[in-house]
Design a protein around this ligand. Structure first.
Ligand SMILES: [Zn+2]
Length: 223
């Protein structure tokens, strides 16, 4: 339902402010989709979805197991960010390339690791070779389908617009990310593509998982 700005709203008896549709407020003002997600505030109607600056899983009982699982998965994503997808698990140095260390892992509905990806933009010269996109491609190839519903994408940095769009198109059910990216983030910082109610698929979003560790890896790179 949309209201036309400046419409001929009925004026209450005795004058005063016109009565707007929706019980006295413009319709848009009560639409959670159009409210800005502010730091630390839950997205309206979604207790587990939080805005920038907040940590997940603090609100309700039963979140502890999920939080621990997300942190475990994020440690794996951090490992991928630092060592790359193909490196042995211990003691190897990352490739001497200039790629920003962002790592992603896709987990299936049963928690199986389906694919991993590290940002390879410089390595491959491919502007779309972000960790999330590579991970989605590899998982889709492995499963033989583009639909990744039921899956959880874990990434060390807030997704950009391209990756957020790809996550929506892949029908990923849950997105877990670490550090916020205030300059380009599309999961609550600059845009909120993942939770845009105009789209017919909206993943659950858990933000700020191992935020300090994931941010530290990026800071170390840029130092
Ligand atoms: Zn991206």
């Amino acid at each position: 339902m949309r209201s036309e700005p400046g419409g001929p709203w009925p004026v209450p008896p005795g004058g005063g402010e016109p009565i707007l549709p929706g019980g006295g407020e413009p319709a848009d003002a009560t639409d959670p989709a159009l409210e800005t997600v502010r730091p630390g505030q839950p997205t309206p109607g979604r207790a587990h979805r939080v805005g920038p600056g907040a940590h997940e899983g603090l609100a309700e009982e039963g979140d502890l197991g999920r939080r621990q699982r997300h942190e475990l998965w994020m440690r794996r994503a951090l490992e991928v960010a630092v060592t790359g997808p193909d490196a042995p698990s211990a003691g190897s140095a990352p490739d001497p390339v200039d790629d920003i260390p962002v790592g992603a892992v896709l987990y299936g509905p049963d928690g199986t690791e389906l694919a991993v990806g590290r940002n390879e933009r410089e390595l491959t010269g491919d502007p779309t070779a972000h960790a999330e996109v590579l991970t989605l491609r590899r998982a889709a190839e492995r499963l033989g389908r583009w639909r990744l519903d039921g899956c959880t994408l874990v990434v060390t940095l807030e997704p950009c617009t391209m990756c957020a769009g790809a996550l929506v198109l892949a029908r990923v059910s849950t997105v877990v990310f670490g550090a916020w990216e205030p300059k380009t983030g599309a999961a609550g910082s600059l845009w909120d593509v993942l939770r845009d109610r105009r789209l017919n698929h909206r993943p659950e979003v858990y933000a700020g998982v191992l935020e300090s560790e994931t941010a530290a890896v990026l800071r170390a790179f840029f130092r």
